[in-house]
Write a protein that binds this ligand. Structure first.
Ligand SMILES: *Cc1c(COP(=O)(O)O)cnc(C)c1O
Length: 354
């Protein structure tokens, strides 16, 4: 029986995507070949990656606006250093909202001066700092739109006169934003776009080519653009499954439609967290993430009962990140509302029992 999968990543994808993806392993496009054994330069695959890149720009509303979508290797973690390699000449401004931001800062530090404009470390990253200022003489500003581990999400972004770079690994394609406010967006595929193994980078070409250092080819966005994500062998299968998921989202009506569903799911779970006397939320209310809800049991003695009930209800993946503890329910695009209803029902039942 299919489980209710609240895993933070790699994450749930639509059943139709799993089905089509598995079919392509056996026979891709009735070619008599598996997707796993074809050349990345074959016509069939080139059209996959071209469609995927075009669909990314269309879904984000960035078509014909000077952006390029790339499917690269190395996860979002490699982008922590690629961003600095390509954009950091002297000084960059970073907003520190959690583990992933901190890691991005650590890598960028190898390339220049990093100014932390604000940090929420003082309260265990349970909120998003506000009212900070960004020095417009920095080479760029970097932020993390959604903090997967802590369950906080930026609802507003500062307006800056320098390039704005954003790690959107865990909330890309989940909500409407004016994506043209960003100059570089990156995301590991495995949170909300596809399976593990490829990383999306959407970059405005005009910000590139301004640093004096030499950039290794594989990390050089300009070379990747020129080679259309084929400088070396791309992650063929991960790109294909991402395309299937992007097609699914497109056929639903795009980000606008899925955002409504995501809001419903988040609202249902958060109102239970607030109403149920056995639970308390971790993140500051105004900064709560629509993708990852973090919460705790007030009485740790109930943990084993609750875990057991979740297991019996076929719920998977709601344990909190090891650095935060408690629970984290990730509600990515493909998670149906009915799965959240099951979780809420279990929380209810615990209250009745306790
Ligand atoms: C998971 C995650 C990362 C790291 O992604 P990898 O692809 O594993 O390198 C970076 N940033 C955020 C916001 C994440 O959720």
């Amino acid at each position: 029986m299919k489980k209710h999968n609240f895993s933070a990543g790699p994450c749930i994808l639509p059943h139709s995507v799993f089905k089509e993806a598995s079919q392509a392993v056996l026979d891709f496009n009735n070619s008599g070949l598996s997707i796993l054994e074809i050349s990345h330069r074959s016509k069939d695959f080139v059209s996959v990656i071209e469609e995927a890149r075009a669909l990314v720009l269309e879904l984000l509303g960035l078509k014909n606006k000077g952006y390029q979508a790339l499917f690269l290797h190395g996860g979002a973690s490699t982008q922590f250093l690629s961003v600095a390699y390509n954009l950091l000449e002297k000084k960059a401004a970073y907003l520190n909202t959690g583990t992933w931001s901190s890691k991005a800062i650590k890598e960028a530090n190898l390339f220049g001066e990093i100014v932390e404009v604000a940090s929420s470390k003082d309260k265990h990253f349970s909120y998003i700092p506000k009212n900070y200022s960004v020095d417009n003489s920095s080479d760029y500003f970097h932020c993390t739109s959604n903090n997967t581990i802590y369950g906080t999400q930026m609802k507003e972004f500062p307006s800056v006169e320098i390039p704005m770079v954003c790690d959107m690994s865990s909330d890309i394609f989940s909500r409407q934003l004016d994506f043209s406010n960003f100059d570089l967006i990156y995301a590991g595929a495995q949170k909300n776009m596809g399976p593990a193994g490829t990383t999306l980078v959407v970059v405005k070409k005009a910000i590139l080519g301004k640093v004096s250092r030499e950039i290794p080819s594989l990390l050089d966005y300009q070379i990747q653009i020129e080679k259309e994500s084929m400088f070396n062998t791309p992650a063929v299968y991960a790109v294909y499954v991402s395309l299937l998921n992007l097609r699914w989202l497109h056929s639903l009506g795009g980000i606008k439609e899925i955002e409504e569903v995501n809001e419903k799911k988040a609202q249902l779970l958060y109102s239970e967290i607030d109403i149920n006397p056995l639970f308390k939320g971790f993140a500051a209310k105004e900064d709560r993430s629509m993708m990852n809800a973090t919460f705790n049991l007030k009485d740790n003695n109930l943990e084993s009962v609750f875990n057991q009930m979740c297991q019996e209800a076929n719920i998977n993946g709601i344990h909190g990140h090891r650095s935060v503890g408690g629970y984290r329910a990730s509600m990515y695009n493909a998670l149906p509302l009915s799965s959240v209803e099951v979780l809420v029902e279990v929380m209810n039942e615990l209250e009745r029992k306790a």
